[in-house]
Design a protein around this ligand. Sequence first.
Ligand SMILES: Cc1cc2nc3c(=O)[nH]c(=O)nc-3n(C[C@H](O)[C@H](O)[C@H](O)COP(=O)(O)OP(=O)(O)OC[C@H]3O[C@@H](n4cnc5c(N)ncnc54)[C@H](O)[C@@H]3O)c2cc1C
Length: 385
Amino acid sequence: MQFFEFTEEQKMLRKAVRDFVEAEVAPKAAEWDEQDVCPIDVFKKLGEMGVNGICIPEAYGGAGQGFVERTICIEELARHSGGLAMTMMTHHLGAALISQYGTEEQKKKYLPDLCSGANIGGLAVTEPGGGSDFIGQKTLAEKKDGGWVINGRKCFITNSHNADVTVVTAKTGEDEKGRNKLSAFLVEKGAEGFTPGRKEHKLGLRASVTGDVALTNVKAPESALLGKEGGGSKIGLEGISEIGRAGMSAICVGLLRACVEEAVKFANERIVYGKPIAKLQAVQFEVAQVRMAYEAARLLTYYAAGLKDNGIPCANEVATAKLFSTEAAVQASKRTMDLMGGYGVINEYPVGRFLRDALTSLSSGGTSHIMQIIIAGNTLTNFQP
Ligand SMILES: Cc1cc2nc3c(=O)[nH]c(=O)nc-3n(C[C@H](O)[C@H](O)[C@H](O)COP(=O)(O)OP(=O)(O)OC[C@H]3O[C@@H](n4cnc5c(N)ncnc54)[C@H](O)[C@@H]3O)c2cc1C
């Protein structure tokens, strides 16, 4: 058995991203949250550093690293801005699916600009009929004149208004049991009939854009099909799970670390009874709980990323990491607020934002109920300690 430790290269990556985040993200994160703006200029700079294409092969302009390295980048971003981390993690989702399932032509066309920071990626599967009912999607793609015509509506889509290329799933047929067969398409910003609609005013992760996209007679050539016809369920589910949920888990690891660091800082600085509150045992209990949650979430999340890097199926491990990390981040940010007394609710301190970001992470990529269904299903049929 090996102990969990980053390699020297991974530590160097973490330091480079941490230094960047402390200089360029930390001073602005509260402002982006308050104004609800996505900092595209910073996103582009991260592209120049290699973060946007972290897990894309070098042949297509990426950094040629894996999902552990991607998790390091997202944790560091989320330490100061959950919203920017959300923009990045969803961008990774779109780019990684193109890298994994795209034709050579598609990879050459889209990946270099997605890696450099010039372009943004996204994934649109959720519909007004319920994100949990993935297979029940109503968006329809019909064959016409040698290509496809897509009609439907997607909602809660991250990067809805700023993605240059979005992986969109749609129904293209039914199987013998009458269940939807889905296919995935690459739809470009500005394509006729592809219109961003309502932009959501969210509780948290506010430095990311979330909104509707309408598809009205969108013409997609055969070359826009990602993977095989009928392969969209696998592409969508794998993307949501191993890349999307894993990304949400990484965001919450970053939020948990933020709670540990803010709790320690405040407990050492706040003087009550003439001494720092860090000397009070009740405060120490809160610090211990928050630290424990961070360490556990970190192990689960990096373990799942390591499985993915080794080509080992990890839907159950990702669901476990996502459920634990998101719920733990909600609890830990509330604990940190409690520890701060009245200051916890003063917006000058970032902890209220961490709580809002953690709450907003709960449903994205699948709710806690759905995570429990996945974990229970795996445990009841396939528990191999
Ligand atoms: C900030 C944010 C960003 C997002 N980004 C994207 C994105 O980029 N792309 C994208 O496609 N989607 C995105 N989503 C959508 C997200 O994946 C969905 O919100 C999620 O899948 C839940 O779907 P829903 O909101 O429609 O809830 P519903 O599916 O309507 O669920 C409502 C309630 O019913 C419960 N429920 C549903 N089914 C079951 C069941 N079988 N058993 C038990 N309970 C059940 C749920 O747990 C929940 O409590 C985003 C969401 C958020 C909040």
